[in-house]
Design a protein around this ligand. Structure first.
Ligand code: FMN
Length: 377
């Protein structure tokens, strides 16, 4: 799942045409107005602790920002979470493994936010059973919220609204301290900053993103989820958002559009590919999460560990960027899958669920979110 950032498109589509004439007012009206609204939490929390937990949980990292979370409140202290099956990623995530990881991140953030209010959130995963080949209409989790005096509040709570997936290049002159990587993986996971190992993994990671972009069906899954320009981002605050003055200008003059980004012969595509090679290859250190097998419970646990790592990295001022191509199931990436599992020492049934680079990067903006109301049934 490639996320071509606006910088790539800018380089790709406009070939350096600077928008010097763009005035302040133009910029103001050409930025998304509502898409990032859910990050600005009302300082007066909802009375219902469940809504408070979920308004935080919808800020969780999730594959391709599909936000497939459907929430049904039950009685006054329970909730059922199911998947919006139309929000799957059939090519790059054929068994909904990554989508399930994204439910793990959602549940862990909900749990941390409930704890902040003095509530324990009890999770019963897949109460009506599960299908390893794909999610279905059965619940992903049944939740029960219970007020308790001994619920531990978590320092990571403060990072929920600050957390990002930072997809920019990192400062390769700054090493990441082993103690920081240890803290980031304290809930689970492993790390390396060893240049020799990083270099071998970088080859596989970069091959993975190249393969994704050059595999038509996989690339089209990304292209179809692109929201190009502020109006599309506000209308569909999910997927891959491309906005900013140069995107708007490129769109206006017909240089930034889906056709260009879908065409491997186009200049835009090639420059986008180059940009992905640079960002995916910018790896001061790596963290990964391996589970003993690949059950739905393993996937939820991987999501829980991943988001804790991402929150911890945020607290330490570090950027984190998952790069999942070499961990996916479709045929074209299987050579990278095998080598990454071997390099990371995963044997038998062990499954590497997440692989992310960690380093010092420039600050980045939050990504769009649908408002909480749209997730409630
Ligand atoms: C299971 C999973 C896999 C992901 N894989 C990738 C990836 O391969 N490439 C990437 O750029 N981002 C990846 N992401 C990050 C998402 O794109 C990101 O969480 C989403 O766009 C929302 O942005 P945010 O995390 O900044 O809020 C992944 C996230 C999750 C949970």
């Amino acid at each position: 799942m490639a996320n071509i950032s606006r910088r790539g498109i800018l380089a790709a589509g406009l070939g350096g045409v600077a928008l010097v004439a763009a005035g302040g007012a133009w910029r103001v009206t050409r930025t998304p107005q509502t898409a990032m609204g859910p990050w600005e939490l009302d300082p007066n929390p909802p009375e219902d602790v469940r809504l408070d937990a979920f308004r935080h949980a919808i800020l969780a990292p999730n594959p391709h920002n599909r936000q497939p979370w459907v929430i049904r409140l039950l009685g006054d202290s329970e909730a059922v979470i199911t998947a919006d099956l139309a929000r799957d990623l059939p090519i790059t995530d054929p068994f909904d493994r990554q989508i399930t990881i994204g439910f793990g991140t959602f549940l862990e953030i909900a749990r941390i936010a409930a704890a902040e209010r003095g509530y324990a959130m009890m999770i019963e995963p897949f109460p009506d059973g599960e299908d390893p080949s794909g999610l279905d209409s059965r619940p992903v989790a049944h939740l029960r919220f219970e007020q308790a005096d001994d619920v531990a509040r978590e320092p990571l709570f403060a990072q929920i609204v600050r957390r990002r997936s930072n997809k920019e290049e990192y400062d390769l002159s700054r090493t990441v301290a082993a103690s920081d990587l240890g803290a980031i993986t304290s809930a689970g996971g492993s790390f390396t900053a060893d240049p020799a190992i990083v270099s071998k993994l970088r080859d596989e990671i970069v091959s993975g993103i190249e393969t994704e972009m050059l595999t038509h069906a996989a690339n089209m899954e990304s292209v179809e989820l692109m929201r190009i320009g502020h109006a599309e981002v506000d209308a569909n605050p999910d997927g891959i958002e491309l906005h900013g003055p140069l995107i708007e200008a490129g769109k206006l003059v017909g240089m930034v559009n889906r056709e260009e980004l879908a065409d491997p012969q186009s200049t835009g595509f090639h420059q986008g590919l180059e940009m992905m090679r640079s960002t995916y290859g910018s790896i001061p250190s790596l963290v990964w999460i391996t589970t003993p097998a690949n059950t739905r419970a393993d996937q939820l646990e991987a999501g829980r560990q991943y988001v804790r790592a991402n929150l911890e990295a945020t607290a330490l001022g570090l950027g984190m960027h998952p790069m999942s191509q070499s961990l996916q199931e479709y045929e074209e990436v299987q050579p990278m899958y095998a080598r990454v599992h071997e390099l990371l020492g995963a044997t038998g049934n062990e499954r590497v669920q997440m692989l992310a680079r960690v380093g010092y990067g420039p600050p980045v903006e939050p990504t769009p979110r649908w408002p909480l109301e749209t997730h409630l049934t």
